[in-house]
Design a protein around this ligand. Structure first.
Ligand code: UDX
Length: 452
């Protein structure tokens, strides 16, 4: 939690945050937590009403608590009314979505809509800060756009402030961020943004707007590349009978490499890495440059997502009529988000092939059910269970897609005793090869030595 000693001396601001998704809402509650007055604006009335009543619209550790405190202490407000949100705001943070388009580019229509709304409604000098991930050069365009639509002589500038929070630790990642990146084009904007962030007591990297925009894409693509590199090495480890867990451990002690994001598995998912790598590759292509490293990361990841199906296909003659346990539906533990999760591709394949899928996730089921409602799909069928072991009862095979603690707690003996055929395909390397062999469970994982 942030140190309260800052509050007495620091200047507090009226802030508006547009978009109450992961980026916007987390930023808003954290700004309120350190003492600013924050009004959140969203077009979704239901979401705003939920927030107003103190209920976070998505699962994120610590969010609920901060939301409640902000409301209670009168520093956090929610509205669908543009005028109420922008009135008196010294800074307006934009945190709306920039979804991927079919060609891999980022869809900027929501940003443009908000920029125009700001230009047409703001009546005092203010700084507009783009938190959403946007292609390099977007901030320049947003500023020009605002100026084109602005009616009065007020000063509106645009700054870039990319977000580095990871889902599942978003509040922590904001309050205790490794760094805050700000990209500005004037001293006024730099000073204002530095002032707003001062109470966090974190390192601030102040650069140009274009560099700030690039830092976000470069950082995310680097992490995606790191994971794809480990997946590539894991696949090679299998061929030469080396063990990726030992290889990663040996690499991690070198602090030029570091221990984080070094886990091989069934590929990266989520709302950032898949989208941002593709957007960066698209940006490069637009400028006539072939960004081979990032392209390679994307290619490796696409193949990695179906690696368990390939392993299972060479072991089983068919999936049709087989009872399959699917453990973990979200793209990683600690979130109810299943965007680009490995479970989507794999379950969709299994259903197409006629499998009877029994799926378990501790928090992601309601969201996942929107995509695959319980019941028949193509030749197969999906049933959701609330206990991980219920998915295993009488199963002919089990697939592990997410390393939730509840799934890690299933023992080799459980697999042996509950399943019809103890056959496990583990996309997250959470089980011991030795223990599984001892319990007489046939076990396949990613990049591990055969004997364990
Ligand atoms: C990521 C970045 O971490 C964050 O800084 C950025 O702002 C947004 O994107 P997030 O997508 O929430 O955050 O999750 P992250 O923990 O980075 O994991 C992304 C994906 O990579 C998950 O599917 C995860 O399972 C996978 N992953 C992660 C691995 O396969 N191996 C690893 O070692 C780490």
């Amino acid at each position: 939690m942030v140190s309260r000693k800052w509050l007495a001396n620091d200047m507090m601001y009226q802030i508006a945050v547009v978009g109450t998704g992961y980026v916007g809402l987390v930023a808003a509650v954290c700004f309120a937590e350190i003492g600013h007055h924050v009004t959140c604006l969203d077009v979704d009335g239901d979401k705003i009403n939920l927030c107003k009543s103190g209920i976070a619209p998505f699962f994120e550790p610590g969010l609920q608590e901060l939301l409640a405190r902000g409301l209670e202490q009168g520093r956090l407000f929610f509205t669908t009314d543009v005028n109420q949100a922008y009135r008196d705001a010294a800074a307006i943070f934009i945190g709306v979505g920039t979804p991927e388009q079919p060609d891999g580019s980022a869809d900027l229509s929501s940003i443009a809509k908000v920029a125009r709304q700001i230009a047409e409604n703001v009546k005092q000098d203010c700084l507009v800060i783009v938190k959403s991930t946007v292609p390099v050069g977007t901030n320049d365009k947003v500023e020009q756009f605002v100026r084109d639509f602005k009616k009065n002589g007020i000063r509106i500038e645009v700054a870039s402030n990319p977000e580095f929070l990871a889902q599942g630790s978003a509040v922590h990642d904001t309050l205790q961020a490794a760094r805050i990146v700000i990209g500005t084009s004037s001293r006024w904007a730099e000073d204002l943004l530095t002032d707003i962030y001062k109470p966090f007591g974190l390192p601030i990297v102040s650069v140009s707007r274009r560099s700030a925009e690039m830092i976000k894409y470069a950082a995310n693509s680097f992490l995606a590349l790191k994971i794809s590199y480990m997946n590539d090495i894991a696949n090679l480890c299998e061929l030469v009978d080396a063990d990726i867990l030992d290889v990663a451990k040996g690499m991690s002690y070198d602090d030029r490499i570091g221990a984080k994001h070094l886990n091989a598995g069934i590929g990266y998912g989520g709302s950032c890495f898949p989208k941002d790598t593709k957007a960066l590759e698209f940006l490069a292509k637009q400028h006539g440059y072939n960004l081979r490293t990032v392209k390679a990361a994307i290619d490796v990841n696409r193949d990695q997502k179906t690696i368990l199906i390939r392993k299972a296909s060479s072991r089983l003659i068919t999936f049709s009529g087989l009872q399959i346990a699917a453990l973990g539906l979200t793209f990683k533990p600690g979130t109810d988000d299943f965007r680009e999760s490995a479970a989507i591709d794999n379950i969709s394949f299994l259903l197409h092939e006629g499998a009877e899928v029994f799926a378990y996730d501790p928090v992601g089921t309601p969201n996942f059910q929107k995509l695959f409602p319980q019941g028949r799909h193509e030749a197969g069928n999906i049933t959701y269970v609330t206990q991980p072991r219920d998915a295993l009862k009488n199963a002919h095979a089990c697939f592990i897609f997410t390393e939730w603690q509840q799934i890690k707690e299933i023992t080799p003996q459980d697999y042996r005793q509950l399943m019809h055929t103890p056959l496990v395909f583990d996309g997250r390397n959470i089980l011991s090869i030795k223990e599984m062999a001892k319990a007489q469970v046939e076990y396949y994982s990613i990049g591990r030595q055969r004997k364990g």
